[in-house]
Design a protein around this ligand. Structure first.
Ligand code: SF4
Length: 343
């Protein structure tokens, strides 16, 4: 199918379905897809939107699989479709529920005063695990608030699956590195002993987003500062904590947009996150602001959502991939997701 043909089909189907259809799109989607989205946002904004969708019976999610799963959990009774079910997330895949349960068993024998918190970039099973164990889900936009919430009731947090977001958030709370330990699922007992677990305030799962880590480095920040004296640098908190420290600010995609919009005219800003979003911001801000990518890095999974696949999905929803989460998993995951939406 040619792009032109796909465009015609998408427009036609959107017009036919009217307010029965909502297309949600993550900031990392390409311009061609964003053009057809009714709402765009970061994970938190899209989860909020999914939870309050009223009229629409059908949600088509342009993003990766865990995002569509989250929409399906938060919008029971709606049909949620993803144009390509193979659009996964390597970070989410790094925390398998079996390994997490094994780690939890080990740690729970040492301490009961610990709250499991998972980043929204995780499987529905992991969210359900947190729901069952008095834990919560967070996004990069509200990780700090969720950490504060967790520390009200327990001494420790176990955070999955992104070690960088976890460490950056713990540091924001003033927790020193010696109180932050990493659980390595490749090692027996995570590479930690009883003393280390007892000493820890935060235990991080050893996972990372390959788009943000180790991609954005301190030397990238130094390079743009040298090339553009006075430039502001903002990076996503899935980046290396050293890079975050060397930057002027860090934040979720929505927070990055707010930061860029708050800069005075004529400023230069380098943005360390997925290229599609940086490219769009850069076009939008010209000529008032010069926004450049800290480095050109693209998420191959986000790029799996194409106009052709969106057109095929809308053409025949009966044959499209509907995202379904088993009832018992959705029920427990919703408990943890509702805390994310409430804090
Ligand atoms: S950018 Fe990173 S966290 Fe986001 S979907 Fe791609 S691999 Fe996953």
């Amino acid at each position: 199918m040619k792009e032109k043909e796909a465009k015609v089909i998408i427009r036609q189907k959107k017009a036919e379905l009217g307010d029965k259809l909502i297309i949600l799109g993550h900031h990392y989607q390409s311009d061609e897809i964003i053009e057809f989205c009714d709402y765009t946002g970061d994970s938190l904004e899209l989860a909020r939107k999914a939870s309050i969708i009223d009229k629409a019976e059908t949600i088509v999610f342009c993003g990766v699989y865990f995002m569509a799963e989250t929409a399906s959990i938060l919008a029971p009774g709606k049909r949620v479709y993803i144009p390509d079910p193979s659009a996964g997330c390597p970070l989410a895949d790094m925390a398998k529920i079996k390994d997490v349960e094994h780690a939890w068993q080990f740690i729970s024998r040492i301490t009961r005063s610990i709250t499991p918190v998972t980043y929204v970039n995780s499987s529905a099973e992991l969210k359900a695990f947190c729901g069952r164990n008095n834990g919560a889900v967070c996004t990069s936009g509200n990780a700090l608030k969720v950490f504060e919430w967790a520390f009200k009731t327990t001494d420790k947090i176990m955070f999955f699956p992104d070690k960088n977001l976890g460490r950056n958030t713990a540091r924001l709370m003033g927790i020193s590195d010696d109180l932050i330990k990493e659980w390595d699922p490749e090692k027996g007992s995570g590479g930690l002993n009883e003393k280390a677990v007892q000493a820890a305030r935060v235990i991080l799962w050893k996972g990372w987003c390959p788009i943000h880590w180790p991609e954005f480095s301190v030397s990238d920040v130094e390079r743009v500062r040298k090339n553009y004296p006075g430039i502001k640098v903002i990076v996503h908190p899935e980046s290396d904590p050293k890079t975050v420290k060397a930057s002027d600010a860090s934040g979720s995609t929505a927070q990055i947009l707010n930061y860029v919009n708050s800069l005075p005219k004529g400023d230069n800003v380098a943005i360390g996150t997925e290229w599609n979003m940086v490219h769009r911001v850069s076009k939008k801000m010209q000529p008032d602001l010069n926004a450049i990518p800290l480095k050109e890095v693209r998420c191959a999974d986000m790029a799996k959502i194409t106009m052709e696949k969106l057109a095929l999905t809308l053409s025949d929803l009966g044959k499209a991939h509907e995202v379904k989460v088993p009832d018992h998993v959705a029920r427990d995951a919703k408990v943890a997701l509702e805390i994310m939406l409430k804090v």
